[in-house]
Write a protein that binds this ligand. Structure first.
Ligand code: GLN
Length: 382
């Protein structure tokens, strides 16, 4: 017997274990509890978003080995809005490299509203997840190409990452037009950045803004956004083939800013209380990454005063009360008595593999003498 990455993955993937059922049970229970919540208001600063049905509610979970659980309105498409910002950052990093991108976009939480007209001391956007930063990321993507090619590149890259069907990402032209016609703030932000000479030379502001609005107007369901999060949870590798979809360093940089700045003015509380990288969008979506476990997407349009979906924030708050998902809790022992996303039984199997690898016969004998360790445990393909 030998131990390799796949063994470790198989051992630790909670979806193959007893507590996957417990986890799905929690999601159903939480969905049922939150369904009657009628707090919050749908976004209205983009007029078309104000027509969203506040009762829509869906939760999707995709484990990093590709198992899925969906409940509620998980086949209803919504505009991704700010949930596209991590992708725009990834594409800019992938194409231009982190050093170049850092000359145009900072990596600090802004402490300001997502559409604030404030910049850092170098006149750069604070980070890529506020509007100024996402507009800047957009300006860096395939800037030499024609407009249609640039949009296709963003669309195709996302589709490739999530291994989606041809119709997995749609486009809501009404929202695009509505946002474009009421975009004074984003226009102001962009011209301020131009005035400060922080865009790459030759940037066409109008084209950049159009491409940014078009990216925000792409539509998806929770199923696919959860799959995007799951690929991120799986170190950027395809959930089924293991092929690399997002470069390791690009993923690391993106998860870092999602952790520190993904939830608007709630980001600090979120990283302390919930503790996983996430991104929120004004259409009422939050997607979050539990590294090495799963991606989760919650959609429910009514927002709180910070601009985050009320039901989504409550769902993740409850999730983190019940399960040990906080990235620091998962390695600091003895913090609490929450359910870890591995069961005791499977931790013993992990110890068993480790003992084999190290040739530790004493330890091996002791583990095997315990009744509840099944040495023949295997996953679906044996
Ligand atoms: N397109 C929106 C905007 O630029 C995105 C904002 C969001 O989802 N927070 O304002």
């Amino acid at each position: 017997m030998f131990i390799n990455q796949d063994c470790i993955k198989a051992i630790y993937c909670f979806s193959k274990m007893n507590n996957w059922k417990q986890f799905c049970g929690f999601i159903k229970e939480s969905y049922d509890n939150l369904k009657s919540c009628d707090e919050g208001n749908v976004a209205s600063y983009i007029p078309k978003l104000a027509t969203a049905d506040p009762n829509l509610f869906g939760i999707s979970v995709v484990s990093y080995t590709g198992e899925e659980y969906h409940i509620g309105d998980t086949s209803t498409s919504f505009c991704v809005q700010s949930c596209v910002k991590p992708l725009l950052y990834m594409l800019a990093l992938e194409e231009k490299g982190s050093e170049y991108v850092a000359k145009h976009i900072g990596r600090e939480p802004s402490g300001q509203r997502f559409n604030s007209l404030m910049f850092n001391s170098e006149n750069l956007p604070y980070n890529p997840l506020i509007n100024a930063g996402a507009i800047m990321s957009t300006s860096l993507i395939k800037s030499e190409e024609k407009r249609d090619m640039r949009y296709d590149h963003i669309h195709k890259s996302w589709r490739t990452i999530i291994s989606g069907d041809s119709d997995c990402i749609g486009f809501d032209n009404s929202v695009f037009l509505s946002e474009k016609d009421s975009a004074s703030r984003n226009i102001a932000l962009s011209y301020l950045m131009e005035e400060n000479s922080v865009f790459p030379n030759g940037t066409n502001i109008e084209n950049t803004l159009d491409l940014y609005f078009q990216s925000c107007s792409m539509t998806m369901t929770t199923k696919y956004l959860a799959r995007f999060a799951a690929v991120m949870a799986n170190s950027g590798l395809d959930l089924h083939t293991g092929e690399r979809r997002i470069s390791a360093s690009v993923l690391k940089d993106t998860l870092c800013v999602m952790y520190s700045s993904g939830m608007y003015d709630y980001s600090g509380r979120w990283s302390t209380d919930i503790g996983i990288p996430a991104k929120s969008g004004v259409a009422g979506t939050v997607f979050a990454v539990i590294p090495n476990v799963c991606g989760i997407c919650v959609f429910s349009p009514p927002l709180d005063e910070m601009g985050n979906s009320v039901r989504a924030v409550r769902f993740f708050t409850e999730l983190s009360r019940r399960f040990s998902i906080h990235i620091f809790e998962t390695f600091i022992q003895g913090l609490d008595k929450k359910v870890r996303l591995t069961s005791v039984h499977d931790e013993k199997v992990a110890d068993l593999y480790k003992a084999c690898k190290e040739g530790d016969v004493v330890k091996l004998t002791s583990i095997l003498s315990e009744d509840d360790v099944d040495v023949n445990v295997s996953d679906y393909d044996g």
